[in-house]
Design a protein around this ligand. Structure first.
Ligand code: URP
Ligand code: ZN
Ligand code: ZN
Ligand code: ZN
Length: 474
């Protein structure tokens, strides 16, 4: 069965043009003007619509144990992603202490295999780096997992020391894998949290007080320095404000292969949300914390000048009732994280494209193409090209909607963006040629998402390969 999408305007990270797209065997096979269908070809009319490549979300935590509870499952969150135009996620799998990396990956795989509406891959968070774990890294890369995650925060739980960061970078570099880092100084945060609690400061707002931007700036600089010593590339996740962004800008200016993302909540929400009464502030507790409004402008500038190259959702969804609740008496017990998997694309379109902050092409670059390149998914994912997977999003720029948790598809009893007005509406989503969303309704089958074997030596190795080549030439 072939599908022909006619009369839409194709938007990639570099071009915008009107053309038809012919899909066969899950892939894009022809792009051209006035294509004529065979008798057995299904025709989709995209007149008046933009056609984007499926969005790639490189930062999600689905069905993940965290802070003594578990985030919302694949069954709901992958459907919410699909409705929001995301056709691939790279989710964070966790290695439990004592376990191999592969055991962590397989645990995540078995859940996604049965339930995921969209394609998926995994980063593996290293929590216990032993000699055998280091030896395992080439094996997991060969299995299609070329990205590791290291937490410099969450002292009682996921945090690792600088030796582990160093050794992870070193082992990763040997096989073209990439280390992603959560950069906050966990030891200092732990002290500041205890000080707050000793003073009776237990409300959600003290989450932000105990994680000032300096702890993020320091850890960002330290991670960059360690990566420089190793000579490895590094990807810094969820950059929340001006000073850490400046450390990244300076590293790039030195020619270091440092890459980074921010997330929608840092662009659209501020620390004032944490002051909401009746414990409502808990809904906005995430790490790094939301910052003062001035940081938003710094983040927009950093996106503009290429300091930040991607926007991942950091979707880590806990219900208010029964989960965020765990911290009513003590903010350190509020599970960290918020939602973003569903609204990431349309929020950014509304707040950045319609306001003239960025072009449609830049939007595609930040939300799809660069995440695909960094994570070894390109050109299968992240673009509209012959031979690429037919992951396509049809978007009607005339649509309108107001966000409410009641109409959102995430399995959540609140929405951080409640009341936000959205411009434009996603009308159809195709996953490898199969229509999975039609008029805001999920029409696919759970479990049809496939594990993506990703390749090493992605975008972050571009300059390193170049340097290596030049030194060989000498
Ligand atoms: O608060 C957050 N971001 N929760 C998810 C885990 C992490 O640190 O990314
Ligand atoms: Zn994190
Ligand atoms: Zn995260
Ligand atoms: Zn619906």
């Amino acid at each position: 069965m072939k599908t022909l999408i006619k009369n839409g305007k194709i938007i990639t990270n570099s071009d915008s043009f009107e053309a038809d797209i012919l899909i066969e065997n899950e892939q894009i096979v022809v792009i051209g003007k006035n294509l004529t269908p065979d008798i057995d070809t299904k025709i989709v009319d995209a007149s008046g619509k933009y056609i984007f490549p499926g969005m790639v979300d490189e930062h999600t935590h689905i069905e993940s144990p965290f802070g003594g509870t578990v985030t919302a499952p694949w069954q709901t969150e992958s459907v919410a992603a699909a409705i929001g135009g995301t056709t691939t996620v790279v989710d964070f799998a966790l290695q439990t202490k004592g376990e191999s990396l592969m055991e962590g990956i397989n645990r995540w795989k078995s859940r996604a295999e049965e339930q995921s509406a969209i394609d998926y891959g995994f980063h593996i968070a290293v929590t216990d780096l032993r000699k055998d774990t280091i030896d395992e890294i080439p094996k997991i890369v060969a299995e299609g997992v070329p990205t590791l995650k290291v937490f410099m925060a969450y002292k009682s739980d996921l945090m690792v020391d600088d030796q582990t960061l160093y050794q992870s970078l070193e082992a990763a570099k040997n096989v073209g894998a990439l280390v992603l880092v959560h950069a906050e100084n966990g030891a200092v945060i732990d002290l500041l949290q205890r000080k707050c609690l000793e003073n009776g400061e237990t409300a959600p707002y003290y989450h932000a007080v105990s994680r000032p931007i300096e702890v993020e700036t320091e850890a960002t600089a330290r991670a960059i320095a360690i990566a420089e010593i190793v000579g490895a590339p590094l990807f810094i996740v969820h950059v929340s404000g001006e000073e850490p962004a400046q450390k990244i800008r300076e590293a790039k200016a030195k020619g270091l292969p440092i890459y980074a993302e921010t997330c929608p909540h840092y662009l659209f929400l501020t620390v004032d949300e944490l002051k909401k009464p009746y414990f409502e502030g808990a809904k906005y507790v995430c790490s790094p914390p939301l910052r003062e409004a001035k940081h938003q402008e710094a983040l927009w500038n950093a996106l503009q000048d290429g300091t930040l190259q991607a926007i991942g959702s950091d979707h880590c969804a806990f219900n208010f009732s029964g989960q965020k609740d765990l911290g009513r008496e003590d903010f350190t017990k509020i599970p960290n994280g918020g939602n973003g998997i569903e609204h990431r694309f349309t929020l950014l379109y509304t707040q950045a494209v319609t306001t003239g902050k960025m072009s449609l092409n830049k939007l595609v670059d930040l939300l799809s193409t660069t995440p695909a390149k960094v994570n070894g998914l390109f050109p299968k994912k992240g673009t509209i090209a012959i031979g690429s997977d037919a992951d396509l999003v049809l978007f009607d720029p005339n649509g309108k909607k107001t966000i409410s948790y009641q109409t959102s598809h995430q399995g959540l009893d609140y929405d951080m963006y409640e009341g936000f007005e959205l411009e434009g509406a996603i009308s159809d989503v195709f996953l490898r040629g199969t229509q999975i969303v039609k008029g805001e309704k999920y029409v696919g089958k759970l479990g049809e998402g496939k594990f993506q074997k990703r390749t090493p030596y992605g975008l972050c190795y571009e300059t390193i390969n170049h340097v290596n080549k030049e030194s060989q030439e000498v």
